[in-house]
Design a protein around this ligand. Structure first.
Ligand code: SF4
Ligand code: SF4
Length: 97
C-alpha cells in the first residue's frame, strides 16, 4: 500500500487532463524504495523520460475533483499530485549531475 493509500486501481481514470494519476501520486513510494547511496538507481529515475513527461503533464491538473469523487480510498488526488510533484522536482534538482 502506498503512503496515501493509492492501490493503483485506476478507477479514477480517465482523468479530465489525461494525467496517469496513480503513477504520479505513488512517485514518493517509488523513491522511498531506492537506496539513496545507490547512484545507478538514482540515475535510472533521473533518466526516466516517461516519468519526467508524466510529472510535467501532472502540472495540468484542473482541480475538477472528478477523481476525488470516484476514488474508493477517498484520496485527495490534487493535493497528492502537488505533494508528489514537488518531491519529484526537489529530487531532480538535488541529484542532477
Ligand atoms: S482533479 Fe486533476 S487529476 Fe483529478 S480528474 Fe481533475 S484534472 Fe484529473
Ligand atoms: S481511484 Fe484512488 S486508489 Fe484507485 S488509482 Fe485512483 S487515486 Fe489510486
Amino acid at each position: 500500500m502506498s503512503q496515501n493509500n493509492c492501490i493503483k486501481c485506476d478507477l479514477c481514470l480517465p482523468c479530465a487532463a489525461n494525467i496517469h494519476i496513480s503513477k504520479v501520486i505513488t512517485f514518493i513510494d517509488e523513491l522511498n524504495k531506492v537506496d539513496k547511496n545507490d547512484k545507478d538507481a538514482l540515475n535510472k529515475i533521473l533518466s526516466d523520460d516517461a516519468l519526467a513527461i508524466e510529472m510535467k503533464h501532472a502540472e495540468e491538473c484542473r482541480r475538477c475533483y472528478k477523481c476525488n469523487r470516484i476514488c474508493p480510498n477517498k484520496i485527495d488526488v490534487p493535493l497528492e499530485i502537488t505533494f508528489n510533484l514537488s518531491t519529484y522536482k526537489k529530487f531532480v534538482k538535488e541529484n542532477r549531475p
